[in-house]
Design a protein around this ligand. Sequence first.
Ligand code: GLN
Length: 415
Amino acid sequence: MEIPLPHYLSATLDRVREDTSGAVADYIPELAAADPDPLAVALCTATGHVYSAGDDGVEFSIQSIAKPFAYAVALQEVGVEKVLATVGMEPSGEAFNELSLDGGTHRPVNPMINAGAIAVSQLINGEDSTVDDRVELLRHYFSRLAGRDLRIDERVTGSELATADRNLALAHMLRSYGIIADTAEDAVAGYVRECSMLVTVKDLAVMGATLALGGRQPVTGDQVLDPRVCRQVQSVMASAGMYDGAGKWMAGVGIPAKSGVAGGLLGTLPGQLGIATFSPRLDGSGNSVRGAEVFRILSDDMGLHLMSALPSRGSAVRSIRSRGLATVIRLQGGLGFTGAEDFLSTVAAHELTTTRVVVDMRRVNDTNSFGRAMVLEGLRRIREDGHRVAVIDPDGLLGDRRLDDGTQVETSEDA
Ligand code: GLN
């Protein structure tokens, strides 16, 4: 069987292809000279399947899409507390190159704008790091996220550094407030080099999927980042990733995203997907025109909007039946709060008449700690009511099956 996704993605690109509105970024000479026409899209699923269409082999500089990943590396390497002391997490509602500093602390308001990203970059590899070592650590992380060795386009770096007055001004200001220690020149050189990392849409889709999947790169299986880091990064992306267009983006598209001035656009759908597009012409906020359009179409067609999550249909309790001396409760799907609540309320409403109660977990595919704790507490109470309790849990989804009273729930082979 041929999977119809690449065909669907191609057809989606055809729907936006004729739109030549917007313009390539002109404040970086190397980008001003870039071909404006390439168009590409890629998706990476939780199982590591990558689907793509269009100019999916063309490399372009990552630009501001480096920001969420550099933020992730800083969180991973130096911890949340230190990072939050340096940069806030409120949307600025302003353009990417505005000097948006918190009135009281003078911290940049978030890591998705240039001021914030320059400050974050300083945290990586320690304050005493050379620019080269700092960038190399980032390149190493970005390569693990992409699953291949990424390189830096020094021509883009040189070209941007030759016209970097704005970023130098931001760095001088950060330095004057003691937010960064490096010279403004070094701070900007490091930041601009990280923006010059070359990627394709496929790289970005896989990197985004890694954020969406709690830091586990779905193609290589490499656990690159901690789940909490990924949660933090995507939260900030959701509110600030699209700059002054962030609110409209969240309402219309509903996918945490980050754009870059070379024309890349990255989206992450928590637990599900990484998505990336490439098309160099930008709108007034510096976001890719056709890229954003492709995101809008995919979000609508595929039902990806975060806020339109379907209510989990059906219940976590597949069946509850008495067989001889045992009542067998079959569970299914994901056991988070909602699933575990369904288990507890179903059991509470059911009159248990048998001596044995067996909970069959074989159709459950995932749990979280809250869901596990609720199910285990339910089992403890069933036992307290005088029943013998056992679980069928060959994949160990309930963890060590320890109850509040220190005992373990027995396992059962058969129902
Ligand atoms: N390197 C670019 C800059 O600092 C990145 C901006 C962007 O992609 N929005 O201006």
